[in-house]
Write a protein that binds this ligand. Structure first.
Ligand SMILES: Cc1cc2nc3c(=O)[nH]c(=O)nc-3n(C[C@H](O)[C@H](O)[C@H](O)COP(=O)(O)O)c2cc1C
Length: 171
């Protein structure tokens, strides 16, 4: 798919089929993630690929019982890694760039998954401490976003957006 078609086709999917994601598709998604821009090219983020059912179940609980987290065969957990950015950028690296790096990486994963016929939903509502505990994360890997990846069992509608005239401020 052309990138603009991919952007138009993407929807948040909250129901997944019980079908595994092919290893080569996962590899392509992770390779796309690794192409994401980052402040100073420091890539101040980490990606955890969570496949074990008991861990996905834990993530579901940590995310206030969002059930699709243990329905999808894979959950990617994007973590900000401030220590990679703070040396060069100080407070801005610690408080902003590492979060932006992680969120851009997650966006690349969403779009790559869509291009490969897979679906995702960005999950931001979760207890960070719980996610860190369940996955055994080191304290300097802060979970920022979780992304279930799998084959859709749903056809979500287009949610609509603000009008460009409301959103865009031309100066
Ligand atoms: C920062 C962020 C946090 C989100 N957290 C959740 C979440 O915890 N659970 C969920 O079901 N959707 C979550 N979403 C998905 C949004 O609800 C969704 O993107 C929005 O309603 C627009 O729908 P669309 O993605 O299908 O266009 C989140 C999206 C973003 C960007």
């Amino acid at each position: 798919m052309e990138v603009l078609e991919v952007i138009k086709a993407r929807r948040s999917v909250r129901a997944y089929r019980d079908v595994p994601v092919e290893a080569d598709k996962l590899e392509q998604i992770l390779t796309a993630v690794n192409q994401a821009p980052s402040a100073g090219n420091l890539q101040a983020y980490e990606v955890y690929v969570v496949e074990r059912p008991e861990l996905r179940k834990g993530l579901r609980q940590a995310a206030f019982d969002q059930e699709f987290l243990d329905q999808a065969p894979i959950v990617l957990v994007f973590c900000a890694h401030a220590a990679r950015s703070v040396g060069k950028y100080g407070r801005r690296g610690e408080e902003l760039y590492c979060l932006q790096d992680a969120t851009i990486a997650c966006t690349f994963a969403m779009l790559a998954a869509t291009a490969l016929g897979l679906s995702t939903v960005w999950v931001g509502a979760f207890d960070e401490t719980e996610v860190s505990r369940i996955l055994g994360l080191t304290p300097n890997h802060r979970p920022i976003a979780m992304l279930p990846v799998g084959y859709s069992a749903d056809h979500p509608r287009n949610r609509g957006r603000r009008s460009l005239s409301d959103l865009v401020h031309r100066l």
